[in-house]
Write a protein that binds this ligand. Structure first.
Ligand code: ACO
Length: 272
């Protein structure tokens, strides 16, 4: 098992993250359990960096949290005067008028990069969620392709209750999974969804007893690794595109993807 190495490990630790890579599997752990894995701007920058520097060998990314919670969301100190030591204080910059709309847009886009890469077709991302996944924590779990929940998981889109909107790429997967009306109900009440309800709402692929979370993740990873990676990547891309296409367009996309696969398999056979 290898960490990110040297000072990179130090940077990740300062951002409240840990990365381990074992062959084809990377595990990203939110690692500020004393703050219930609250995340800051630095956490999201580091997450984006993990995505940009992921070894080519990796095809499965597990995202999990240390301790009793997956993540309590944004570190609330980001909204307090003074902010987080060593980081840009959004509240201060808005209050003193030094951040214009373009800057805010760029800053949020920068933070969103930490979440967007988890959809890349060349990896399958799996959120392993125990305890609370609140706000940005829920959005991080939603950014993953698959979610396994411990039965004590509690999901909450809390942003509207704090006067905000969810802006870390979580609204699209939420609507895709539960539909716009249920998404509205969940967000506009900011209520907490139990693991059992999350399964009913299709927010979780699997719910297991808390003590079996790691084992369930291992089983899923083993099953994912049993499928050839190129076929998995092509299939993920095909499925991701399906909601935005007509049947006609999707049928054509299937033909194109299959032709590429057949050619690749034939070339592989020819090489022996
Ligand atoms: N930001 C900063 N500190 C936090 C956060 C957070 N999001 N969440 C927890 N902490 C701190 C607590 O202040 C506490 O600090 P202390 O030990 O110095 O008192 C410590 O972490 C442990 O938290 P507790 O509340 O004691 O833990 P508990 O297990 O009882 O509750 C829970 C966990 C439910 C997550 C609770 O801490 C909570 O509601 N946190 C705030 C959640 C929130 O509103 N997040 C923002 C969502 S919006 C968004 O993400 C954009």
């Amino acid at each position: 098992m290898a960490g990110a190495g040297g000072s990179a490990d130090g940077d990740l630790e300062a951002a409240g993250l840990r990365l381990s890579v074992t062959g084809e599997v990377a595990t990203v752990t939110l690692a500020r359990p004393e703050r219930r894995n609250a995340m800051t701007g630095r956490t999201w920058e580091a997450l984006a960096h993990v995505g940009q520097t992921l070894p080519e060998s990796v095809r499965i990314v597990i995202v999990t949290g240390e301790g009793s919670s997956f993540s309590s969301g944004i570190d609330l100190n980001m909204f307090r005067p003074g902010g987080i030591e060593g980081e840009v204080s959004l509240t201060d910059r808005i209050a003193d008028g030094s951040a214009d709309d373009a800057e805010l847009d760029a800053l949020i886009a920068h933070y969103q990069e930490g979440f967007r890469w988890l959809r890349r077709p060349d990896v399958v991302s799996v959120a392993a969620v125990r305890g609370h996944a609140i706000g940005a924590g829920f959005q991080l779990a939603l950014s993953c392709d698959l979610r396994i929940l411990a039965d004590d998981a509690q999901l909450c889109m809390k942003e509207p209750a704090l006067g905000l909107v969810p802006d870390l790429t979580g609204t699209k997967p939420l609507v895709d999974l539960v539909g716009p009306n249920r998404a509205m109900e969940l967000c506009l009440t900011a209520r907490t969804v139990s693991a059992a309800e999350a399964r009913e709402l299709r927010l979780a692929e699997l719910v297991v007893e808390s003590g079996q979370l790691e084992g369930a993740v291992d089983d899923l990873v083993a099953a994912l690794l049993a499928v050839p990676r190129e076929a998995a990547a092509a299939t993920k891309e095909l499925l991701q595109g399906a909601p935005g296409r007509t049947l006609e367009e999707q049928s054509a996309a299937e033909r194109r993807a299959q032709a590429a696969r057949l050619r690749a398999l034939a070339a592989q056979d020819a090489r022996g």
